[in-house]
Design a protein around this ligand. Structure first.
Ligand code: NAP
Length: 298
């Protein structure tokens, strides 16, 4: 059997582009730390970086990319439109490109299906929602500033509203959602797939202070394979068919999380992880003035 190369795994999008299966996450990666992490990741072999305007670190992410010496065209770069920018999509991408110091991103995501009025903190617009935002995002294709557009934190109800609207001419290339054994969302993953939308998994390790690191099933599999719990979680995600976006600002962990080649999980091991009963969700939508998930992200 040919050696398994998990780090070389890519997923084909409905646009025809292919996204690398593993990308470095940068949420809560502070300026001062994130540049080093991005540089270390690219030097270790990662070719996919996930950031967002809302993370406040696009500038340093761009600096990390340049410090790595890896050519920009070899890197898949994702950033996201922030909620208070929904009526200013053209300005939003220009601001992100300026921050990142690049002329294009590979993927521009609507961060949340929630259009906030920047003049009234925490209030949603009465005359604008994510369907209007998507209409504007579609105009970015062809400008050379974005290669693909997609969404994030969309459950089935919101995806149906978007896809059924007559103004929707481009099916999102990606839906980036929370995915780990504590929140495996099989119905939403299946919905994405049925509609040609690639699923990208955020918080693949269970985020900060992850309860998954002490999970018995994960640890037993890790021990049996002489792997870390984090490596098991990442390969599980890749084998389930989604891209994974592990975040770390620790160089040794950047490298360990990319040490995924030459082994895989058996069907039985995948099934055991699928059957972990404990549920938890890192990113609830209670902090937003609109409902995002309607129990349809299961
Ligand atoms: P995560 O990647 O699941 O977990 C990150 C945490 O795990 C950090 O505390 C990190 O610590 C630790 N860690 C990483 N590798 C480790 C290792 N090998 N051993 C021990 N600990 C390790 O969490 P996340 O940041 O929530 O999610 C990942 C990415 O998904 C984000 O960074 C972001 O890019 C994206 N995301 C998107 C959304 C969205 O709304 N679209 C929401 C959440 C996340 P250190 O950094 O201290 O090393």
């Amino acid at each position: 059997m040919a050696a398994v190369k998990n780090t070389a795994k890519t997923f084909k999008l409905n646009s025809g582009d292919s996204v690398p299966g593993i990308g470095l996450g940068t949420w809560q990666s502070k300026p001062g730390q994130v540049e080093k992490a991005v540089e270390a990741a690219l030097r270790a072999g990662y070719r996919h970086i996930d950031t967002a305007f809302a993370y406040g670190n696009e500038k340093e992410v761009g600096e990390g990319i340049r410090a790595s010496g890896v050519p920009r065209e070899d890197i898949w770069l994702t950033t996201k439109l922030d909620n208070p920018w929904h009526k200013r999509v053209a300005e939003g991408i220009d601001q992100s490109l300026k921050n990142l110091g690049t002329s294009y991103v590979d993927l521009y995501l609507m961060h949340w299906p929630c259009s906030l009025d920047p003049d009234h903190e925490g209030k949603a617009y009465a005359d604008w929602d994510f369907v209007d935002t998507w209409r504007e995002m579609q105009k970015l294709i062809g400008t050379g500033k974005v290669r693909n557009i997609g969404v994030s934190n969309f459950g089935i109800k919101n995806l149906e509203k978007l896809l059924n609207d007559p103004s929707c001419k481009i099916v999102p290339a990606v839906n980036q959602i929370e995915l780990h054994p504590g929140n495996p969302s099989p119905k939403l993953v299946a919905y994405n797939k049925a509609h040609g939308i690639h699923t990208s998994g955020y918080s693949p390790l269970g985020s900060s202070d992850s309860p998954l690191y002490s999970n018995e099933t994960i640890n037993a599999i890790a021990k049996a394979k002489s792997r870390t719990p984090q490596q098991i979680l990442l390969v599980w995600g890749l084998q389930k068919g989604w891209s994974v976006l592990p975040k770390t600002v620790t160089t040794s962990r950047v490298e360990a999380n990319y040490d995924l080649d030459g082994w895989s999980l058996s069907d039985d091991e995948v099934a055991k992880i699928d059957a972990i009963p404990d549920r938890f969700k890192v990113c609830q939508d209670g902090w937003l003035p609109v409902t995002v998930f309607y129990g349809d992200d299961e």
